[in-house]
Design a protein around this ligand. Structure first.
Ligand code: NAD
Length: 380
């Protein structure tokens, strides 16, 4: 029987991305799958229905016809309870699940016997690089952050030598040099700014320098497990704060991306530091959704304090929806290749390391232990 893959239109406010693009539809339909896409699902990302039809998809205008008989659902944002209730038992849903903040939806998927793969749980091993949606979307977010910073800055970013005088280049500081931070560095450099960056992981220094930016050195190394940052001690935090504050005060644009997985974002810029910044300076806080790296950030809002503009954007990858959707869809295409066997059938066992690590809910159980612990308060 033909495997039916369905793609609903994203429902979250300001979500312009779509989980599939025509190029991926073409590959999947050529491989024998039926691809159904909800009417207008790609419009926000500039993939109109006619491009999907030309690639071999069926456009469906109501949810009943979309989900009826679909084995796999591809999405960007986690499904809502109402959407979960429309799915048949055993349906496989793949997308970002943000499980810690969506426990009710996780419970509903468990109770309705849905199988859910969470793309944020895909392990960051070499074989999974093409499926790493966290990285592809962080790339889009880092790019958008630099553009947003430049658009809100009252200065030119590049050095200019003109008949009307010489303009000094703007200085941009990036705090947190992971995937998003590195992309923000590269973008700010291309715009001609002088760029400095800081990360608690010393290993990031080499990558920062290779992009032509200056790396701020602190005499500590806070690389934790799996390449992620560990939490700093109180003394380390104090030293870091002093060095970061001095760099923040001299920057025209500060882009913060510091995150510790599963925890509230660390505060790197206090209100007092903001008061030391230049008038007209801009902070783009990519960690706004997880509490913010700046004490004054308000998630989803732009505020002005001490002449400084502080932006707390919520969904930066959606600001470049055409390419962020393209990259996301490619990540999903790679992920799907693990789920479907040579005969075009869905695999029954999720023994593969990538599948088992990203399996959030299956057979009426929450398979991801940290999420299960959150739901049960750690009780078995
Ligand atoms: P992330 O979004 O979890 O965090 C962003 C950055 O903030 C990280 O570089 C982190 O070190 C930094 N940070 C945390 N606390 C900080 C603080 N107090 N001050 C300054 N910086 C702070 O990071 P990410 O982009 O998801 O990347 C995390 C790691 O995973 C990196 O080592 C990255 O190179 C690695 N990675 C590996 C692969 C792969 O091998 N396939 C793919 C992507 C990322």
């Amino acid at each position: 029987m033909t495997v039916v893959i369905a793609v609903p239109k994203e429902q979250a406010p300001d979500e312009l991305r779509v989980a599939i693009v025509p190029e991926v539809v073409k590959k999947l339909t050529q491989s024998g799958y039926e691809v159904r896409i909800e009417h207008d699902a790609g419009t926000g990302a500039y993939y109109p229905d006619n491009l999907f039809i030309a690639a071999g998809a069926k456009i469906v205008s109501n949810r009943t016809d979309l989900f009826n008989g679909a084995r796999i659902i591809l999405c960007v944002q986690p499904p809502t309870i109402a959407e979960i209730d429309q799915l048949s038992e055993g349906t496989v849903v793949i997308g970002f699940m943000n499980p810690a903040r969506n426990l009710d939806a996780v419970a509903r998927m468990r109770d309705r016997n849905i199988t859910a793969f969470a793309l944020e749980l895909v392990p960051r091993i070499t074989r999974a690089q093409s499926m790493d949606a966290l990285s592809s979307q962080a790339t889009a977010g880092g790019y958008s952050a630099a553009i947003l910073g430049a658009a809100n800055c009252p200065k030119f970013l590049p050095m200019l030598t003109t008949a009307a005088g010489t303009i000094r280049p703007a200085s941009v500081l990036i705090l947190g040099a992971g995937v998003a931070g590195l992309m923000a560095i590269a973008t700010a450099k291309r715009l001609g700014a002088v760029v400095e960056a800081y990360d608690v992981r010393r290993a990031a220094g080499e990558q920062v320098r290779s992009l032509g930016a200056r790396f701020l050195e602190l005499e500590i190394n806070a690389e934790g497990q799996g390449g992620y940052a560990r939490e700093l001690t109180a003394v380390e935090k104090e030293k870091e704060q002093q060095m970061v504050s001095a760099a923040v005060a001299r920057a025209d644009i500060v882009i913060t991306t510091a995150a510790i997985p599963g925890q509230k974002a660390p505060i790197l810029i206090t209100g007092e530091t903001v008061s030391m910044m230049r008038p007209g300076a801009v902070i783009v806080d990519l960690a706004a959704e997880s509490g913010g790296n700046c004490e004054l950030t308000r998630s989803g809002r732009t505020i002005r304090e001490h002449g400084v503009t502080i932006l707390g954007p919520r969904n930066l990858p959606a600001q470049v929806p055409y390419h962020s959707s393209q990259m996301y869809a490619k990540n999903l295409q790679s992920f799907l290749s693990l789920l479907i066997d040579k005969e075009g059938m869905l695999v029954r066992e999720y023994a593969d390391e990538i599948l088992s690590a990203s399996l959030l809910v299956h057979s009426g159980e929450v398979r991801h232990k940290p999420t299960r612990d959150l739901m049960t308060g750690g009780k078995p």
